[in-house]
Each structure stands twice: as structure tokens, then as C-alpha cells.
Design a protein around this ligand. Structure first.
Ligand SMILES: Nc1nc2c(c(=O)[nH]1)N[C@H]1C(S)=C(S)[C@@H](COP(=O)(O)OP(=O)(O)OC[C@H]3O[C@@H](n4cnc5c(=O)[nH]c(N)nc54)[C@H](O)[C@@H]3O)O[C@H]1N2
Ligand SMILES: Nc1nc2c(c(=O)[nH]1)N[C@H]1C(S)=C(S)[C@@H](COP(=O)(O)OP(=O)(O)OC[C@H]3O[C@@H](n4cnc5c(=O)[nH]c(N)nc54)[C@H](O)[C@@H]3O)O[C@H]1N2
Ligand code: SF4
Ligand SMILES: [Mo]
Length: 759
């Protein structure tokens, strides 16, 4: 038996571990407490041996022989040459006839899979080929954490400085189920005395152990955020100096047109309190005595206009949500909101972390903005104990965005409707893909090459998704297992599992010591059947598409060398140190003091001109989730510890949950709600939304708000032979509506009703 020092690549946590290999077979994984993320492992990696040997695995390239839509695709085994040649020639034909944009690409999430092992090459392939249409997950996953905050901070949200934080807001994130290494950081900080506020509709994870659990009704987070801000503002619990010097809070906004007041030469103006007049805003950092409140008459070339500091408008917006009104909308007691605000002011430095619970809403960008502005009030951005930016290993990116000509980038689907959304980065939404395939708008997409993903189980409108996949002229899919999505492919590529291939992790996120570690995961066992890595598939297709010059002449090792060069490491050095190499990286706080914020003003943007320019509110504003007499309940969902999205249902060890609750996803509801509806535990139920229905098995959860439901999602193997992806599919509840800025689908806070159904 050998023990190999490595890490688990199955989710964002990237837990450090030892793998046990016996006679060429992977038999177990055990924690490596010496690794910065190695204290705990979950059931998913322990299921690795079962997943590797699973009988359902795709082992050979396959071609369909029956028409699309047949219950049995009639898969026939083909050679790799045939699979690759067919795919390359279909892609070439489509590009020649309709432009490279008529071929879409798709890739699964690196946060809930190991696709990061090959991700650079998948993106590089699409870019070199010339397609701007990569369906990725940012719009349902991390947009509002990593990209939307740029509207406010010019950066992502960074990472809580766990070791020094005084009070942490954990907002729509459940690390004990989804990120063990982060949960460990939080646990250690709590033991040191850090206060914890959890904002979640469910009593999951840290909620029950937190100093405050705010049981928010799904989709009302924006209101809660403004109410908390209102409380801080009323009590003077904010960092006035920081806002004056480093934010656009003092910038004057005109009452007549809602635009910033500009000087004759176009500079933004602020009100000088000592001189009693509007002056050009000084450079960031200046301590000039500027007004943050008041209504001022400022002279312009055509007379006087009334103006207010942006901050004053923000304060007014927050004042629309006094405790009583916020309590009514969010379902959280007034005292709990007030208590949370008090914890924040009395226990600085404050940090926050929010993820998927905040993303999948129709006002996700505004919700994010509201939270980021609340955070700006604390003055803790990039301060010790706040949200900070640990120094990461500066690897060379080989995603190849520069290979995509600007004229092609401008054709990304959805870019016209949402110029500040994901498409501007080259990531499109499934909704835009389906529209291009089915309605041929704004132009037809004819082909698709997908590396994992299970769109029919994880995105809105699965029925339309199925129609779209069937309408494709050519569709190739690369995966470990067959899935709801792969069933309509023309060609299936069998992919080597993570333990059969190489992977590189540069930085482990949760602290500076973790970020400084670079580790190469070498293959542990031989690849089963004829499976190949995503990287190998991308390199082989690049060659057949005539793109070898962009693919290091087919030499992945040369590419890895180039990637590592800026950090002074080589593939050889990493192979010789399977436990990883620690780089001498240090955290630098307060970087904005020298460099300013990477926003147009160099300051935190209180009043988002960029949003205003595209017709969106420059200050956060909210509608309430759409419920009514017909759909009075609010549905949400959450990730389960023993599986990722629609995956990991194959392994016996992660199936235990299912054996006790066979075949149907669980729908949790409050006992009083269940009683009113005549529903008992274990009953089969139908959930209806304005968009679709979902079958489930009822479970009671007395910790919920009586109006809130939550359910398992990602279910597709539920009822063999019965198109389960339609019958018991959470995604069917979600309609076409989306966040107008990002394109995020409405997967949470869905108005619905539920009734008992005959099994
Ligand atoms: N209702 C609801 N829907 C959600 C969410 C939610 O919270 N609620 N969460 C959303 C989020 S955050 C995300 S990120 C998306 C995820 O959306 P998807 O990416 O569609 O997620 P999965 O269901 O995990 O599908 C992954 C597929 O890729 C395959 N796969 C895994 N690893 C690899 C690999 O290395 N290579 C290849 N070629 N294939 C691989 C798996 O076998 C599986 O078939 O789902 C979103 N959908
Ligand atoms: N076990 C496991 N781990 C994973 C994954 C997985 O599928 N399984 N996926 C990976 C990926 S791709 C991602 S993006 C991360 C995501 O990690 P998380 O963000 O932790 O994931 P979720 O469970 O989707 O959502 C977090 C919490 O938000 C709550 N929530 C639901 N609706 C609302 C709401 O309206 N408001 C608020 N405030 N909270 C709400 C849920 O109850 C849940 O407890 O996890 C990664 N890790
Ligand atoms: S939490 Fe589980 S799946 Fe995620 S990296 Fe750790 S062991 Fe792997
Ligand atoms: Mo995600």
C-alpha cells in the first residue's frame, strides 16, 4: 500500500489529503492535517473508489445511432479518431458556413467539480476557434461574489481575514456543507471569540450555533441589507472618515436628472462645507471637509440646480426600511435585526462572505450592491480582520482570451441585453443559448461542444433546454457518466476521472498560508477503458482544427512549464514535492491607500453610474418576490454535503441518503403549513410554480418560516425510464426571468404552492 500526498479536487474546498493506493487501485482517502486545507474530508472523496469502478462510467467514445429524442440513443462504440474527426469536421463546417459563433461551447463549474484540471485548455480551445459563446456557470454561481462587486469596489469581495475578524456575516453560504476548509477557519475563529451572524432561511450549518441567525425569507436579502444599513446609519455605526476619503459618498447628484454634478471641465463635484460651495472632488484619500448630507443649490452654466451628496440619497433609501417594515418583508424579528447591527458595531473588524444563496435571484446584482455598500460603511475593506486579498501565486493565465478577435467577442449572446453581464467576459447563459438554437435569435447556433455540465438538471426551463439540445445539428459531450444532458448528444467522449489524470492547484484560498501553496496532483491510477483527460481532448481537437500553434505544438508539458514560469517553479520541482511547494507570499493590507480602488472614480462607488447608463437604478432598490393567492409560498434550495449539484448519485456511499428516501427529491416544509395542506411526512407532493411542477417527498422542518419551502435540486436519476429530469426536477419551477444586469436565473425565492399527490 502507498500513501500519496495530494488533494481532493471535487469542490472549491480542495481539501489536502492522502490517497491510499493498493496494487494500482485507489482504496481510500484520509485527511492530511498538515495541509492548510487538510483537517477534514467529506463523503464525496471517500466515494472515489466506488466512482472509479462504477459500472455506469463512460469508457469508450460513443456515437448515437437512433434519432434524437428516442428513449434509447442506441450508442455504438467508435474509435477516438472517429470521435475527434467527426467533431472537428462538424465544428469546421459550421464555422465556415455560419461563423465560429454558430458553434457554442459549454463547461461545468470548477467549484463543484475537478474540471479546473483542464479548464484553461477548454477556454483556450473556444477562444482560438473564435467562438465567444461559452456557457459557463458564473451567472448562477459566483458572478455576484467575483464580478458584480466590481461595480462598487472595483474588485471581487476578497476573503474574510478569519484569523483577525471580530464579527463575520455569513450570508447565503453554508461552508459546513459546501466548503469544509472554510468551515474549519470559521470554527477556529469562533473558538477565539469571533462573533458570527448567519443569514439563511434554513437552520443549516452554523445557523444554530451563531450569535445571531437571521432567518430571512428567500429573496428578501436586499431589504434586510438596507435595514441593517439604516440601523448603522441611525446609530452612527459607520466609518465616516473612510467614506469621505475613499468613496463617492460626497459626490453631488443633481436633483433634476439624477446625474453627477460636473464642473465645466467635466470633473465630479462635492460640497465644501467650510467654503459653502461646490468644488471638484479631490483625489481619493484627501481629508477635505466635504458634506455627506444636505440639499445644496449649485451654480451651473445654465443657472442653479439642487443637488445632494450620493450618500444622502443612500441614507434616504435605507430609511425606507425601518425595523418594522423590514421585519414584515423578511420575516425576521425586529429585535434580531437590531441585535445583528449592534453585534456588527461592537465587534469590529467586520468581514462578510456570501455565495450561492445570494446569487440565484432576479435582483441578485442589486442585492449584491446593497450588501457591498453595507460593508463599505464598516470601513473594513482590505483592513486586517476585514475582507482582504491574500496574495496568490501569480501563475500565467493560458485561457487565451487574447486569441479571440474583438469582433468575435462582441458577438457573445446576451451582450446586447446585458452589457455589464457575463457575456462581456465571454460567458453566456443557457437561456441565451437555447434562444439562439431554437429561435435562431439573434443568430443561429448550430453546434455545441460541452465539457461536463448538466444543464437540464441545474438551470431554468429544462423542457426548453431539451428541445434546444435536440434541435442542434451537432452536439458532442465529454463526461464521466451519462447524464440527462448527454442523452441528446451525437458523440460522447469518455473522460478520465480526477484520480486518473493530472491537476494543478495554485493557492488554496482560505488564508495566506493556504494561498501560498502550489501543488501538482499526479495521476494515482491508470485511466479506465479508453478514457482521456479534458486537457487531452482539447489538445487533440485543437490539432484537428488546425490550432496547434496556439496549443504549444501539442505539448501539454511545455504549456504547464510556461504557466508556472512566473512563480519560479517547474513541473519537475512540483512532481518531486507531491505535498506541494510553499511560496514566500505575504498579505498586504490597505492597498487602496496607495493605488485607489479600481473603479472609474478610484473610490468605492456609492452611486453606480455604470448601472445608470444601462437604465438600471444607481442605488439599490427592490421589488418583493412574486407570490400571491395562487402561489403563496416561497421556494428555495441548498446544496447537500454528500453530492455536488446533479452528481455523485452513482456512488454507493453517497447514496445512503437516497436509500432511506428513495427516488424522489425531498421537499421540506413547516409542520403548520403541512398540516394546513393535509400533508404528512413522507407523502408524495407536487410543487407548482407559475412555470412548472416538481414531484417530491415531503419532510417537516419546524425551523423554517411557515411561508418558506426548500427542496433538493439536481435530481435526474430519480425514476428510471420516466424522463425523470422533467418529473422530479427543481429546475422546472424556474422560469425565463433573470437578473437584468447579470442574467442570473431565478432559482430561489420562487412563488409556489404544494399539494399532496397519489404516489
Ligand atoms: N436549483 C438550483 N440549481 C442550481 C444551483 C442551486 O443552488 N440550486 N446551483 C448552481 C451552481 S452554483 C452551479 S455552479 C451550477 C452547476 O451546474 P452544472 O455544471 O450543470 O453542474 P453538475 O450537475 O454538477 O454537472 C456536472 C456534470 O459534469 C460532469 N463532470 C464533472 N467533472 C467533470 C470533469 O472534470 N470533466 C468533464 N468533462 N465532466 C465533468 C459530471 O459528471 C456532470 O455530468 O448549478 C447551478 N444550479
Ligand atoms: N457538497 C457540495 N459542495 C459544494 C457544491 C455542491 O454542489 N455540493 N457546489 C460548489 C459550488 S459550484 C458552489 S457555487 C458552492 C456554493 O456554496 P454555498 O453558497 O454554501 O451553497 P448553497 O447551499 O447553494 O447556498 C448557501 C445557503 O444559502 C441558503 N439560501 C437559500 N436561499 C437563500 C436566500 O434567499 N437568501 C439567503 N440569505 N440564503 C439563502 C441556503 O439555505 C444555503 O444554506 O459550493 C461548492 N461546494
Ligand atoms: S469538501 Fe469534500 S469534495 Fe470538497 S474538496 Fe473537501 S473532500 Fe473534496
Ligand atoms: Mo457554483
Amino acid at each position: 500500500m502507498t500513501l500519496v500526498s495530494s488533494y481532493c479536487p471535487l469542490c472549491i474546498s480542495r481539501c489536502g489529503c492522502f490517497y491510499k493506493v493498493e496494487g494500482g487501485v485507489l482504496t481510500d482517502a484520509v485527511p492530511n492535517p498538515g495541509h492548510p486545507t487538510g483537517k477534514h474530508l467529506c463523503a464525496k472523496v471517500r466515494a472515489a473508489p466506488a466512482l472509479l469502478r462504477h459500472p455506469d462510467r463512460l469508457l469508450f467514445p460513443l456515437r448515437r445511432t437512433n434519432p434524437k429524442g428516442s428513449a434509447d440513443p442506441g450508442w455504438r462504440r467508435i474509435s477516438w479518431d472517429e470521435a475527434l474527426d467527426s467533431t472537428a469536421s462538424a465544428l469546421k463546417r459550421i464555422a465556415a458556413e455560419s461563423g465560429a459563433e454558430a458553434a457554442g461551447f459549454c463547461v461545468t463549474t470548477p467549484s463543484g467539480t475537478a474540471v479546473a484540471d483542464g479548464m484553461a485548455w477548454i477556454f483556450r480551445l473556444a477562444n482560438a476557434f473564435g467562438s465567444p459563446n461559452m456557457v459557463w456557470t458564473a451567472h448562477v454561481c459566483n458572478w455576484h461574489r467575483d464580478f458584480a462587486p466590481a461595480l462598487t469596489f472595483g474588485s471581487d469581495i476578497g476573503m474574510p481575514d478569519f484569523a483577525r475578524t471580530g464579527c463575520l456575516l455569513l450570508w447565503g453560504a453554508n461552508p459546513p456543507a459546501t466548503w469544509l476548509a472554510m468551515a474549519e477557519q470559521i470554527e477556529q475563529a469562533r473558538q477565539r471569540g469571533m462573533k458570527l451572524i448567519v443569514i439563511d432561511p434554513r437552520a443549516a450549518g452554523f445557523a444554530k450555533r451563531a450569535d445571531r441567525w437571521l432567518r430571512v425569507r428567500p429573496g428578501t436579502d436586499g431589504v434586510l441589507t438596507l435595514a441593517l444599513a439604516n440601523r448603522l446609519l441611525q446609530r452612527g455605526g459607520y466609518d465616516r472618515e473612510f467614506l469621505l476619503r475613499h468613496s463617492t459618498a460626497p459626490f453631488l447628484v443633481r436633483e433634476d436628472n439624477g446625474a453627477f454634478l460636473l464642473s465645466a471641465d467635466g470633473q465630479k463635484m462635492a460640497w465644501d462645507e467650510t467654503r459653502g460651495c461646490a468644488v471638484p472632488a479631490p483625489p481619493p484619500g484627501s481629508a477635505m471637509p466635504l458634506a455627506l448630507a444636505g440639499r445644496f443649490a449649485a451654480a451651473t452654466s445654465d443657472g442653479f440646480v439642487f443637488c445632494r451628496p450620493a450618500f444622502d440619497l443612500y441614507v434616504q433609501r435605507c430609511a425606507e426600511y425601518p425595523l418594522a417594515r423590514a421585519a414584515e418583508i423578511t420575516g425576521i424579528a425586529e429585535a434580531a435585526i437590531a441585535g445583528a447591527a449592534e453585534l456588527m458595531t461592537q465587534n469590529g473588524p467586520v468581514a462578510f462572505y456570501g455565495w450561492a444563496g445570494l446569487n440565484q435571484h432576479h435582483e441578485a446584482t442589486q442585492t449584491g450592491r446593497a450588501l457591498h455598500l453595507l460593508y463599505a460603511l464598516t470601513g473594513c475593506y482590505d483592513a486586517p480582520g476585514g475582507n482582504v486579498f491574500f496574495t496568490k501565486p501569480p501563475l500565467r493565465s493560458l485561457m487565451g482570451r487574447e486569441l479571440l478577435p474583438p469582433a468575435q467577442a462582441a458577438k457573445a449572446l446576451g451582450i446586447a441585453e446585458r452589457p455589464l453581464g457575463t457575456a462581456a467576459k465571454g460567458w453566456i447563459s443557457e437561456a441565451d443559448l437555447y434562444r439562439a438554437i431554437v429561435d435562431k435569435k439573434p443568430y443561429p447556433v448550430r453546434g455545441l461542444l460541452s465539457f461536463g455540465s448538466n444543464l437540464l438538471a441545474t438551470r431554468a426551463e429544462p423542457q426548453r433546454g431539451m428541445e434546444a439540445l435536440r434541435a442542434l445539428e451537432f452536439y458532442a459531450h465529454a463526461d464521466f457518466f451519462p447524464s440527462a444532458m448527454s442523452r441528446d448528444a451525437d458523440i460522447l467522449f469518455p473522460v478520465a476521472m480526477p484520480w486518473e489524470r493530472q491537476g494543478l492547484q495554485a493557492g488554496f484560498s482560505v488564508g495566506q498560508a493556504a494561498e501560498a501553496l502550489v501543488q501538482l496532483r499526479t495521476p494515482l491510477v491508470e485511466a479506465r477503458g479508453e478514457t482521456r483527460s479534458d486537457a487531452a481532448i482539447a489538445f487533440a481537437l485543437a490539432e484537428r482544427l488546425g490550432l496547434s500553434e496556439h496549443f504549444f505544438d501539442g505539448n501539454p508539458e511545455a504549456a504547464l512549464r510556461l504557466m508556472l514560469e512566473p512563480v519560479g517553479l517547474t513541473p519537475e520541482a512540483l512532481r518531486a514535492a507531491p505535498e506541494g511547494v510553499k511560496l514566500p507570499l505575504e498579505t498586504h493590507y490597505f492597498k487602496y491607500r496607495d493605488k485607489g480602488f479600481a473603479t472609474p472614480s478610484g473610490r468605492i462607488e456609492f452611486y453606480a453610474e455604470a448601472l445608470q447608463r444601462i437604465g438600471q437604478p444607481p442605488l439599490p432598490e427592490f421589488r418583493q418576490p412574486e407570490t400571491g393567492a395562487e402561489f403563496p409560498l416561497l421556494m428555495t434550495c441548498a446544496k447537500l454535503p454528500d453530492r455536488c449539484h446533479s452528481q455523485h448519485r452513482q456512488a454507493e456511499r453517497s447514496m445512503e441518503h437516497q436509500r432511506s428516501q428513495p427516488r424522489l427529491p425531498t421537499v421540506y416544509l413547516h409542520p403548520a403549513t403541512a398540516e394546513k395542506l393535509g400533508i404528512a411526512e413522507h407523502d408524495t407532493v407536487t410543487v407548482r410554480s407559475p412555470h412548472g411542477t416538481m414531484l417530491g417527498r415531503a419532510m417537516l422542518d419546524a425551523a423554517l418560516d411557515p411561508q418558506t419551502l426548500w427542496a433538493h435540486y439536481g435530481w435526474w436519476q430519480a425514476i428510471p425510464g420516466e424522463a425523470p429530469e422533467m418529473a422530479a426536477n427543481y429546475a422546472a419551477l424556474a422560469g425565463p426571468g433573470c437578473d437584468p444586469v447579470s442574467g442570473s436565473a431565478l432559482l430561489r425565492g420562487i412563488g409556489c404552492r404544494v399539494e399532496k399527490t397519489d404516489p
